[in-house]
Write a protein that binds this ligand. Structure first.
Ligand code: SAH
Length: 256
């Protein structure tokens, strides 16, 4: 039976899923706890990768080599870089790249040396399924606009409806937490919707093994001077509600 992996970087991003996942078995490999279970009849393995590209790549490799996963889903939070990616929105990745990869002048900036590419596309079918699940979950209201207003995170847009976007997510080993850095990223990479610290690494490992990969990130902050405070509030209070609600729709859709 084909097993699907559910990966988040940090516990608050996956807490609701881990608390809920029934009939689990746990295995520790490389210091990470891999939780095997079933979700609406599907074999899943859930794991926390820890933060950053190396930690994420190790986790993805163990999932494929030791747990024989045939598909990988990443769910977590990210900083919004494009103006449209506001706190509370969901971004489903169509591709990833590393914004801190630079082996120039030997290779063009952003290109991963010896791969001849900077972008790693996500799997089109899996991504479409995830986007559908995200839209269905948001339509049922994972988060009220009032929740964001209560947290002081509505960016002055009271009652704005949260949205699902699809596009490029950029990854790097930096928590982007100044307006200046966020603006620089936006100018250098205008297609980028959101920034985080793991996705491009998992995308590259999945590319190497030919394993389909999809990812969704809820926007926890705007990668600006308020990013740290907004991030902390969001991960604790709402991040895993999104993961649980969207994945529940995802596995329900699959069972039909
Ligand atoms: N533990 C630290 C910060 C964690 S790093 C703290 O509590 O202060 C942030 C995590 O969320 C990473 O896993 C990354 O993928 C994601 N993330 C959210 N907002 C981000 C941003 N503005 N820049 C980079 N990564 C971000």
């Amino acid at each position: 039976m084909s097993r699907i992996a559910i990966v988040s970087a940090m516990h608050p991003e996956l807490a609701a899923v881990l608390a809920w996942l029934p009939q689990t078995q746990k295995h520790t490999v490389a210091g990470r706890e891999f939780v095997l279970g079933r979700w609406h009849g599907h074999d899943v393995v859930a794991v926390l990768s820890r933060i950053g590209k190396v930690a994420a790549a190790t986790t993805a490799t163990v999932l494929i080599e030791r747990f024989d996963v045939r598909q990988v889903l990443f769910t977590g939070v990210a900083g919004g870089v494009a103006p449209l990616a506001q706190v509370g929105d969901v971004v489903v990745a169509s591709a990833f790249m590393q914004h801190d990869m630079d082996a120039s002048p030997l290779f063009p900036i952003y290109e991963v040396p010896l791969y001849g590419r900077s972008h790693f596309a996500t799997d089109a079918v899996l991504t479409a399924e995830l986007a559908l699940a995200a839209k269905a979950a948001l339509a049922q209201g994972v988060l009220d606009a009032a929740d964001l207003t209560d947290m002081g995170m509505d960016n002055g847009q009271v009652n704005r409806t949260v949205q699902v976007h699809q596009g490029l997510i950029i990854s790097g080993d930096r928590f982007v937490s100044t307006r200046l850095e966020s603006q620089r990223l936006q100018q250098a990479l205008p297609a980028a919707l959101a920034v985080e610290m793991e996705g491009a690494a998992v995308a590259q490992v999945c590319h190497d093994y030919g394993v389909p990969f999809a990812a969704m990130r809820t926007i926890s902050d705007r990668a600006d001077d308020d990013a740290h405070a907004d991030f902390l509030k969001f991960v604790d209070q709402v991040a895993s509600r999104y993961s649980a609600a969207i994945l529940d729709h995802f596995f329900t859709q699959r069972s039909r």
